[in-house]
Design a binder for this molecule. Structure first.
Ligand code: NYM
Ligand code: MG
Length: 201
């Protein structure tokens, strides 16, 4: 009784978002922290950023580990937020990490082990959009990994990772429809159980 409810860990996967859902949570009086992954502001994130902008090279394995390490850099912050009643919204998470590396052909067990023990999301909102539409978005193709072929593979691989706490959001609809779907989902999250840790991806 009278306890502060913990914050929610909400993940967006699947395509670039405008941050409207963060605005929505704030409008309900909740405090929200938004973390994009890769988080290019951290020491490891800076290396990832240099790789994506073609300034440095590295092996696919090294890159995979850096993406994992980049998420680990933010775990203390995520846990602190959640335990003090602050919601955390992440743009991409372990599922992007696994899907991209599997799509490149890295060994499945090795790839999936990298994020074991990370905080388990309360919900993953998977925004479904066709690769054709994604390719037409502004800026697409400027960075590494942004080829239509890899996108198609990632999309297929991502579907195999689906868990009970995933919710599909049809992102082909107009902005209001998509926003409505997101609201309905985040309004019904059950935050009574403590935050769990991922035992598999
Ligand atoms: N990406 C992102 C990965 O390959 N593995 C990961 O773990 C994460 C989090 O980085 N093409 C890829 C997906 C994108 C690229 O992400 C940069 P963004 O959201 O465009 O900054
Ligand atoms: Mg991008």
């Amino acid at each position: 009784m009278g306890e502060t409810k913990r914050g929610a860990l909400i993940i967006f996967e699947g395509l670039d978002r405008s941050g409207k859902s963060t605005q929505y949570l704030r409008s309900k009086g909740r405090t929200v922290e938004f973390i994009p992954f890769p988080d290019r502001s951290t020491p490891i994130g800076k290396l990832i950023d240099m790789y994506l902008r073609r300034e440095i090279d590295m092996s696919e394995e090294a890159l995979h580990l850096l993406f994992c390490a980049n998420r680990r850099e933010r775990v203390d912050f995520i846990q602190e937020c959640i335990s003090t009643g602050i919601d955390v919204v992440c743009d991409r998470y372990a599922y992007s990490g696994v899907a991209y590396s599997l799509a490149k052909g890295l060994p499945a067990d090795w790839v999936r082990a990298g994020d074991v023990g990370m905080p388990q999301p309360d919900v993953v909102l998977f925004f479904e959009v066709s690769p054709e539409v994604a390719c037409q978005r502004g800026g697409f193709g400027e960075e590494r990994l942004e080829t239509g072929e890899l996108q198609r593979k990632v999309r297929e691989t991502m579907k195999l990772l689906r868990k009970p706490f995933w919710q599909m959001v049809n992102a082909d609809g107009d902005v209001q429809t998509v926003e409505g779907e997101v609201r309905a989902i985040v309004d019904h999250l059950d935050l009574h159980l403590p935050l769990q840790l991922l035992d598999q991806i």
